[in-house]
Design a protein around this ligand. Structure first.
Ligand code: SF4
Ligand code: SF4
Length: 421
C-alpha cells in the first residue's frame, strides 16, 4: 500500500520555527502577518497622515504595479515598470543576464507571452547586458523533460531567438547539470542540505525572474518564490523538494486495477495484496500515478502540501543567495488559471487580467500579487473562492506558507508599498 505518512521527509515539520496555520483558510490572518500591519495596496500613499506609518512605509520594499484597469499600453508600461522599480539597475555592462521564464507545457496557452519577454530582453540589451532566455526541464515525463524536447516545445509556443531577441537556453542541460548551494536550515527542520542551481543560471551574473501568477495544485499558487525554488534547479533538487509531499492512498477508493503501477515511469510501484506499493528510493515524485488513477484513490494531503512549501522556500532562498543584489522580479498577473503552466489545459482564467508587477523583493511581489488576486472580481462562481487566499482555497492549502517561510529566511518581506502606474 502507498504509505499514508511521508517517510523520507517526516523530520521536516513546517510547524517548527515557521509560523504556519493549520486552520482553514477563512481563519488565516491575511491582513496582519508578523509584527506589522500590511499596507493595503490601494491605500498607499494615503498613509501619509501618520509619521510613524510613513516611516514604516518608506522602509518597506517597493512594488510597482502596471494596472490593466487603467487602460495602459503594456509594452511601454513594462519599460516604465523596469525603469521606476530599479530592477535593472544592478546590471553592469557586459553582464550575462538569465531571463528566467516558464515557456509553457505543450498544449498550455496561458504562459507569459513571448512579446513581453522580448520587451524585457530589449531593455536588458539597452543597459549593456547580455541576456539569454532560460528555463529547466521537468521532473514529470512530457514534452519538456529533456533539453531537446523543451527547445522544440518552446519553439512551438513562440520562444525562439527571432521572437524573444536572445538565445533560448535550457539551463540544466539534460536535467542534471547544476552547481550545489548550501541550504540554510535556520528557520525550520527542513531536511534539504543543498540545492543544485541549474548550471546556466548559476553561471549568469544577473537573474531576472519573470513569473506568471496562477494557481498550483500543491502550493496553492505559483509566483516568484516558486519560480526560483523549483524553476531554477536541477531535476534532482526538484525531486528532493517533492519528497515532502508524496502521493497517498485513500484505500476504500482503490479497486486494485493496477493502472498506476503500469503508468509509473520509474517502476517504483508494485501490487501487493491488491494495493499499489511505492518504493520511496525509486520514486521520482513525478505525480504520474496520481493523475492516472481514474478513481481518485491517490491524493496529496494538505499538511504535506504545506510542508512542500517550506522546502520550496528554502530552495528559493538558496538560489537567490547566489545572486545577492543582482536579481530582479516581474510578476504577470493575467490569465490567472486554477492550474500552472505545466498543465495542459490549465483551466479557464478565474479573474480578469490584473496587471504586471515589478520589485527587487520576491516575497513582497508575490504577496502583492496575491492581494490583488484576492481583491479581483471573480469571473467564475465557485464557493471555494470567497475570502482571502482564493487560490489557496481552490487547492485546499494555505498558499502563504511559502511566503511566510521565505520571509523568515530573510528573502524579503510580506509588508510592502504598492505604487500604481
Ligand atoms: S490506479 Fe487507482 S484504483 Fe487503480 S490500483 Fe492505482 S490507486 Fe488503485
Ligand atoms: S510512484 Fe508515482 S510519483 Fe513516484 S515515480 Fe511512480 S508515478 Fe511518479
Amino acid at each position: 500500500m502507498i504509505e499514508r505518512t511521508p517517510d523520507p521527509a517526516k523530520e521536516c515539520s513546517p510547524r517548527r520555527g515557521v509560523e504556519r496555520t493549520g486552520n482553514p483558510p477563512s481563519r488565516i490572518p491575511v491582513r496582519r502577518v508578523g509584527a506589522g500591519a500590511i499596507i493595503d495596496p490601494y491605500d498607499f500613499p494615503s498613509v501619509s497622515t501618520s509619521k510613524r506609518h510613513v516611516s514604516e512605509a518608506l522602509s518597506m520594499p517597493k512594488v510597482l504595479f502596471l494596472d490593466y484597469s487603467r487602460g495602459v499600453e503594456i509594452l511601454p508600461g513594462i519599460e516604465r515598470l523596469c525603469s521606476e522599480s530599479g530592477i535593472l539597475k544592478a546590471i553592469s555592462r557586459g553582464d550575462s543576464v538569465a531571463v528566467k521564464v516558464h515557456m509553457g507545457e505543450l498544449g498550455n496557452v496561458t504562459y507569459i507571452r513571448p512579446a513581453f519577454v522580448r520587451k524585457v530582453v530589449d531593455l536588458v540589451n539597452k543597459r549593456g547586458g547580455r541576456p539569454f532566455v532560460t528555463d529547466t526541464v521537468t521532473l514529470y515525463p512530457g514534452a519538456r523533460d529533456t533539453a531537446k524536447k523543451y527547445l522544440a516545445t518552446a519553439a512551438y509556443n513562440g520562444f525562439v531567438k527571432e521572437s524573444v531577441g536572445a538565445p533560448v537556453v535550457i539551463a540544466d542541460g539534460g536535467g542534471d547539470e547544476g552547481r550545489a548551494v548550501a541550504v540554510s536550515n535556520a528557520v525550520s527542520g527542513c531536511s534539504l542540505r543543498e540545492i543544485e542551481v541549474a548550471r546556466g543560471i548559476w553561471e549568469a551574473d544577473y537573474l531576472l525572474v519573470l513569473s506568471h501568477v496562477k494557481g498550483h495544485m500543491i502550493s496553492g499558487f505559483g509566483g516568484a518564490v516558486k519560480n526560483l525554488g523549483m524553476g531554477c534547479v536541477t531535476r534532482r533538487s526538484k525531486r528532493d523538494q517533492h519528497r515532502a509531499n508524496p502521493a497517498l492512498l485513500d484505500d476504500p477508493r482503490c479497486d486494485g486495477c493496477g493502472s498506476c503501477v503500469q503508468a509509473c515511469p520509474a517502476r517504483a510501484l508494485s501490487m501487493r495484496d491488491g494495493r499499489p506499493q511505492r518504493d520511496p528510493e525509486k520514486c521520482d515524485h513525478c505525480g504520474t500515478c496520481l493523475f492516472t488513477c481514474s478513481r481518485n484513490a491517490l491524493f496529496w494531503e494538505r499538511e504535506n502540501k504545506e510542508r512542500f512549501q517550506v522546502y520550496l522556500a528554502h530552495a528559493a532562498a538558496a538560489v537567490s543567495s547566489r545572486f545577492g543584489e543582482k536579481i530582479g522580479f516581474i510578476n504577470f498577473v493575467q490569465d490567472v488559471t486554477p492550474h500552472c503552466d505545466c498543465a495542459a489545459p490549465a483551466g479557464r482564467p478565474l479573474f480578469p487580467d490584473i496587471g504586471i508587477l515589478a520589485s527587487t523583493d520576491p516575497v513582497a511581489i508575490d504577496k502583492a500579487s496575491l492581494d490583488l488576486v484576492d481583491k479581483a472580481h471573480l469571473m467564475a462562481a465557485d464557493k471555494r473562492l470567497s475570502g482571502p487566499d482564493k487560490l489557496g482555497r481552490y487547492h485546499d492549502v494555505d498558499s502563504l506558507v511559502q511566503l511566510r517561510t521565505a520571509q523568515e529566511l530573510g528573502m524579503g518581506r510580506l509588508e510592502y508599498t504598492l505604487r500604481i502606474l
